[in-house]
Design a protein around this ligand. Structure first.
Ligand code: SF4
Ligand code: SF4
Ligand code: FES
Length: 229
């Protein structure tokens, strides 16, 4: 075996992976699904903020976020214990406690990661077990020439901020406020020439796992199809 490859065991399945790779993508590449929202392939320093990707590792004192845990020889991983399911369900309920989206009128309906994870975790998208937190934000921010942002659908995963920051002329997005009050702020409005660079990019809309950040053009045609414009 090459020095750079290690063998690990995930749910009793033996897997070979590059030493030091993050555990989450290794599992996904081997058809072991682990729910995740904040991780994106290529991240050097994943934020591990959504807490959906928790797993158990033999020898660790508690569950760990698989998206920032590096594989090493002999690792023994459990992804599907009752305790892990309970913790992921709790993390999911916290995420959707601020979510106010209506799937029927959402551009991501049927392609949304939140819908997929809700099904996987057997959880409703509208939680009854936690008090709903109503964030005092507008339903729609559309003063950008090419993007539309719907704060009430945003799960604050940070993917859009990350991909924009990776671009040569990026950093047009950032988080404003903190904690539950966070919101993605779009620097650059219709009046700002910097926002014109977004026309040929739209990378942030492409990585949004829900329907919160969209291309304005696509969003307008979707709304027209629904007859809501
Ligand atoms: S379109 Fe591209 S440059 Fe503009 S905010 Fe999104 S990621 Fe950043
Ligand atoms: S707009 Fe989308 S990608 Fe950006 S933080 Fe919100 S949910 Fe994540
Ligand atoms: S994907 Fe690991 S904490 Fe979000």
């Amino acid at each position: 075996m090459s020095d750079n490859l290690v063998t690990i065991t995930v749910d009793e399945q033996k897997i070979t992976a590059p030493a030091g790779a993050f555990l989450l993508p290794v599992c996904l590449e081997n058809d072991i699904y682990i729910p995740h929202l904040c991780f994106l392939e290529g991240m050097d320093d994943p934020p591990a903020s959504c807490r959906l990707c928790l797993v158990e590792i033999a020898g660790e004192s508690g569950p760990v976020a698989s998206c920032r845990y590096r594989v090493r020889e002999g690792l023994e991983v459990k992804t599907n214990s009752d305790e892990i399911l309970r913790l992921r369900q709790l993390a999911f309920r916290l995420l959707v406690s601020t979510n106010d989206g209506s799937c029927r009128t959402c551009i991501a309906n049927h392609s949304c990661d939140l819908q997929k994870i809700a099904k996987y975790l057997h959880q409703p998208l509208k939680t009854k077990r936690l008090r709903h937190i109503d964030r005092d934000y507008p339903a729609l921010i559309d003063n950008h020439p090419f993007l539309v942002y719907e704060p009430k659908k945003c799960v604050l995963c940070g993917r859009c901020v990350y991909v924009c920051g990776q671009l040569e002329k990026g950093y047009k997005l950032d988080f404003a406020q903190r904690g539950m009050d966070s919101i993605v702020s779009l620097f650059g409005s219709e009046l700002d020439p910097a926002s014109l660079e977004c026309e040929t990019c739209l990378a942030c809309a492409g990585v949004c796992p829900v329907g919160a950040m969209s291309s304005k053009k696509k969003w307008r045609s979707f709304i027209a199809e629904l007859g809501l414009n």
